[in-house]
Design a protein around this ligand. Structure first.
Ligand SMILES: Cc1ncc(COP(=O)(O)O)c(C=O)c1O
Length: 383
């Protein structure tokens, strides 16, 4: 079965993982990452959510409101809460997956400290709109969540450069991976200096045990996602046997991984740097496969909406809105293709957040039940 995701890890990444560690592995990755994203600074963390939580704590303190999408990865809200601040959820747009920026503007109050603009599934956020928000509210931080959008572009302009800083998640489900890991980028020298100091103060150095855990994870993940072993892995996943490894949240709990304040390990940095060399090729191939899916699915029964056809999208996912999600998943599984059902919740509906803002988020709720994503990996053998 073709898995819904598969990190494009090859010989270069394996060789990088096996290389003897250098004291500056992480610094070299940071420099290469910043250069690749066209930003002056990059600061590495254990996870993307660690970067967000530490940055909010450092730049806002606590007790401020942070505007974020209702329809995004729940760990974003967890990071806001962990930083001591309060998430204010905003519904998605009626005709695209991103947060409704008019609703975000209307939600700004004197308590607002930051807005998290997310280019969900790689669809670039409208930068004209975020620029206008920044101009109208210069004291509110604009954070670009680029976990799905490595170098996605709005009318030719890179989203990661259009805020006070950007965060990236780098786990194996992302466009590029450093096994786990997260990155924060910025063009602002003063912000970079403060955040680097905060990172060094808050995070403990990566231990040898963490490096070994990451190496073991990498060694397990590469074969597990190959097509035929994945048929077995997929079955085990369905039975819940792998929950400990694949479940990234519990609906009723706001938490962070036990090691979220441990620095990125050198092995992660080496793998991440090897991946950077392939970023352009990965992006080009994913765009080609997205085009192929668009043609193939255009007349599929039960399709409600194909993803927007944007030249600057970075295609972390090829996400369609469909009528009967379970039927789609079953139909494509029978054809040997696993569909993803990301993101399968609207955050304010989760028990962990239900009491905070019980108001309705109709578009987020609809996407949470009707979105499927198709694989865009090299398993599709479209060249
Ligand atoms: C939209 C979005 N933002 C942020 C993150 C945080 O990344 P991490 O898992 O590295 O904490 C994710 C992660 O999966 C994500 O999907």
């Amino acid at each position: 079965m073709i898995p819904r995701i598969r990190a494009e890890l090859g010989v270069a990444e394996m060789a990088a993982a096996l290389r003897w560690p250098r004291h500056d592995d992480v610094a070299r990755y940071e420099q290469a990452f910043a250069a690749s994203m066209g930003q002056r600074h990059a600061i590495a963390f254990g996870y993307g959510r660690s970067a967000l939580s530490i940055a909010l704590q450092c730049l806002l303190g606590s007790g401020r409101e942070v505007i974020c999408p209702a329809y995004t990865c729940v760990v974003v809200a967890h990071a806001i809460v962990t930083s001591g601040n309060v998430p204010v959820f905003i519904d998605s747009h009626a005709d695209d997956f991103n947060m409704d920026l008019d609703a975000a503007a209307a939600a700004i109050t004197s308590r607002t400290g930051a807005i998290i603009a997310t280019s969900l599934f790689g669809h670039p956020v409208n930068l004209e709109h975020t620029d206008a928000l920044r101009a109208a509210h210069p004291d509110v931080l604009m954070i670009q969540d680029c976990a799905h959008s490595f170098d996605a572009r709005w009318q030719g302009r890179a989203v990661q450069g259009a805020g006070d800083f950007a965060i990236f998640g780098l786990n194996i489900s992302k466009l590029m991976t450093s096994i786990f890991g997260g990155m924060l980028t910025t063009d602002d020298d003063a912000v970079a200096q403060r955040l680097r100091a905060a990172r060094d103060r808050k995070c403990t150095p990566a231990t040898l045990a963490k490096g070994l855990r990451r190496a073991a994870y990498l060694a397990a993940v590469v074969p597990a996602f190959m097509a035929w072993p994945y048929s077995v892995v997929g079955r085990l996943k369905d039975w819940g046997v792998l929950d400990h490894f694949v479940r990234y949240y519990r609906p009723d709990v706001i938490d962070m991984p036990a090691d979220y304040l441990e620095a990125m390990s050198p092995i992660e940095a080496r793998v991440g740097r090897a991946q950077l060399a392939r970023h352009a090729a990965i992006l080009t191939a994913r765009r080609r496969r997205a085009d192929a899916w668009r043609k193939r699915l255009a007349h599929e029964a039960g399709l409600v909406r194909l993803p927007a056809d944007e030249a600057g999208a970075s295609w972390s996912h090829f996400s369609c809105v469909v009528d009967d999600r379970e039927a789609w998943v079953a139909r494509w599984r029978a054809r040997g293709i696993e569909l993803g059902t990301l993101i399968e919740y609207s955050i304010p509906e989760l028990p962990a957040y239900g009491a905070w803002q019980p108001a309705a988020f109709p578009h987020a709720a609809h996407y949470a039940r009707h979105t499927v994503n198709f694989p865009l990996t090299s398993d599709l053998r479209d060249g």
